[in-house]
Design a protein around this ligand. Sequence first.
Ligand code: NDP
Length: 448
Amino acid sequence: MSFKHAYLAEVMENVIQRNPAEPEFHQAVREVLESLEPVIDKHPEYVEAGIIDRIVEPERQIMFRVPWVDDHGKVQVNRGFRIQFNSAIGPYKGGLRFHPSVYAGIIKFLGFEQIFKNSLTGLPIGGGKGGSDFDPKGKSDGEVMRFCQSFMTELQRHIGADTDVPAGDIGVGGREIGFMYGQYKRLRNEYTGVLTGKGLTYGGSLVRTEATGYGLCYFTEEMLNAVGKSFKDSTVVISGSGNVAIYATEKVHQLGGKVVALSDSSGYIYDAEGIKLDTVKQIKEVERKRIKEYVKYHPNAEYYEGCDGIWSIKCDIALPSATQNELDENDAKMLAANGCIAVAEGANMPSTPEAVEVLLNKGVLFGPAKAANAGGVATSALEMSQNSMRYGWTFEEVDAKLKDIMVNIYKSASEAAEEYGCEGNFVMGANIAGFKKVAETMLAQGIV
Ligand code: NDP
């Protein structure tokens, strides 16, 4: 799509020139700028104050060497990143991703999206993201620990409970957060809520582990209820089998739906009787093995090599929860042709722009990541509150707050869409609602 406003086209062109060879970042910026066309018609003051020129440029970008020694005594060197994108409405907040595909463009796209997602939660958190091209897969616990300690040895000087509070993402779960927290505490001699997703014995919040997957389902249920539908008796396909996918599956089952497929980067499983989640948790969370192991325990289930085919499975609801750009135009066409009524993004930017267009044009309800997967970061903010109070809420209390937040995100996105003349388009609605709070704050805080 080309821009109606020459100003937005110019901002986009600058982003491409200043950040060459970072297609994921360009894609994330373009989507937001496209949504802002009607906003700048109504608010020329945002343009005059250079809000959009400023919001696409990170406040600070940190890139560093992470040396560590593997189990064979060989020195390994990885690259670490922390991008502190926007602190208008609160301390930088966003996860750390450990995956071989990580480079500046991936962290920038994630950090940029995080600004608007965090704003949508209604909580006081700015946007940031970080990570490394380190691959935890196949590494021993000792190797992962040595890497995490080296990573934190540099990162610690840039973060803090009131400055920047990282969390997990792909490849960073409870084990990695524990190793990094231990090293932070040792170097700084302080016991603060500098990371979220911590273990329950050292300041973690109940429901944080489940939050992104549960929140995804709360948001989707709200979107479905608005058109008289729900998860009850629905057939659901979820990609991935990590943190988000596992707890989305758990909540779908609690809400009366049936998840029939899950995947990892090698392939996918199909179980027509419904995925047995205990088996998946044992394989992925305890044994850290591949999803294909599932068919050894449940011979009636099928395993297919490669991820592509998962969207050809007939379903009512699809929740892509693995990685960026995993659902393309053809997948979207297949889903719609098979009668899928809703797609909601558990992963960040899992649908290509072409796929989103197809889904919206075909009238499939579409919940974009910024809104649909914001439950994780929202619960991280609740973890920060509990750490500041030196107090902990019960599972039911945190879960109720999470649900409330997801319902409010749905309301904000849907009201903004309506106000700006694109009713039912939650991509526009989420971008606009998330942007406006940050833009108003940047106006109030002057040119900084
Ligand atoms: P995990 O590391 O726990 O799981 C990731 C899952 O996705 C694994 O099954 C993994 O398979 C699969 N996957 C990763 N990369 C690829 C790839 N290139 N191709 C195919 N499959 C892939 O991560 P999370 O569940 O935490 O994160 C999943 C998505 O959700 C990410 O986009 C993340 O940014 C997003 N998200 C996560 C939040 C959280 O709280 N954890 C919050 C908000 C968004 P394999 O094991 O084979 O690599």
